[in-house]
Write a protein that binds this ligand. Structure first.
Ligand code: URA
Length: 257
């Protein structure tokens, strides 16, 4: 999180005013004046504004079962419904990790932990994202193999995917597949299905890593238990959640990566 965002989120002031405060040299990080609003605050940094200690905010992690019809964005200039209305009102600074299209339902992770969000979304960490896809027609084995190998969409090949046929209608009108991918390109599953000639009728994300939406109502948002957060953190090479003690001066000991 940037320094101006950090100050704004602590409720000190707006982001714009925070940037002014920083440029005026009134903010220190670990005892040194930091006049760059874009400085990225580490969880072990000690930040003061006009000498007052600004507490590091608690990291928060939630899981949402997004219903269809909502945009995965924090605000929409056309005032269409967004997922924000399902966020817990008492927790500040939550952002969705990755996006689901307006007409896609299912699992979205929410957090205010920037590093965690970046890693969970990055294909390098190979985090499974599983989709249930209902499509027009019944793809044949060749189509499924193309999805599995990777398919060129918008000039770039997708990474290999796991694909399973769950249901094929006897008349050949429709089918249900489960597709597991590690990327999060825009409209990726829809474009993959279009590329094999079986466009999506209905799409839902049913799993991220070990987390599923089983038992969750559409629109339900739950705080993730720490044991789940730690399991996800281990997957993306982060240490388990343990709040570094806020020290009055100097830098808290670095957490091993
Ligand atoms: N792929 C899509 O096409 N849409 C989504 O919302 C998510 C993955």
């Amino acid at each position: 999180m940037t320094l101006n965002h950090f100050l704004a989120r602590a409720g000190l002031t707006s982001r714009r005013k925070a940037a002014e405060l920083i440029r005026e040299g009134r903010v220190t990080v670990n005892g040194q004046v930091q006049d760059n609003p874009a400085y990225r605050v580490a969880s072990t940094d000690v930040v003061r504004a006009d000498g007052d200690l600004i507490e590091q905010p608690e990291s928060a992690y939630f899981i949402l079962n997004k219903p269809k019809g909502y945009l995965t964005t924090l605000s929409d200039e056309r005032r269409r419904p967004t997922v924000v209305q399902f966020f817990p009102p008492s927790v500040q600074g939550l952002v969705p990790i990755g996006r689901l299209d307006k007409d896609t339902s299912g699992l979205i992770l929410l957090t205010n932990d920037g590093e965690f969000a970046l890693r969970m979304a990055h294909p390098r960490y190979q985090v499974d994202k599983e989709y249930q896809v209902n499509c027009f027609g019944v793809p044949d084995d060749r189509d499924l193999a193309r999805l599995e190998r990777g398919i060129t969409i918008e000039g770039k090949r997708t990474h290999p995917a796991q694909v399973n046929m769950v249901y094929a209608s006897p008349e050949g009108h429709q089918a249900t597949l489960r597709i597991v991918i590690h990327e999060g390109r825009k409209r990726q599953v829809r474009l993959m299905m279009e590329a094999i000639g079986h466009p999506v009728k209905d799409l839902s994300r049913v799993r991220i890593a070990h987390l599923t939406i089983k038992g969750m109502q559409p629109g339900e948002c739950r705080r993730l238990p720490m044991k789940d957060v730690d399991r996800l953190k281990a997957l993306v090479g982060l240490q388990p959640s343990e709040r570094a003690p806020v020290r009055e001066t100097g830098r808290a000991p670095k957490q091993p990566r």
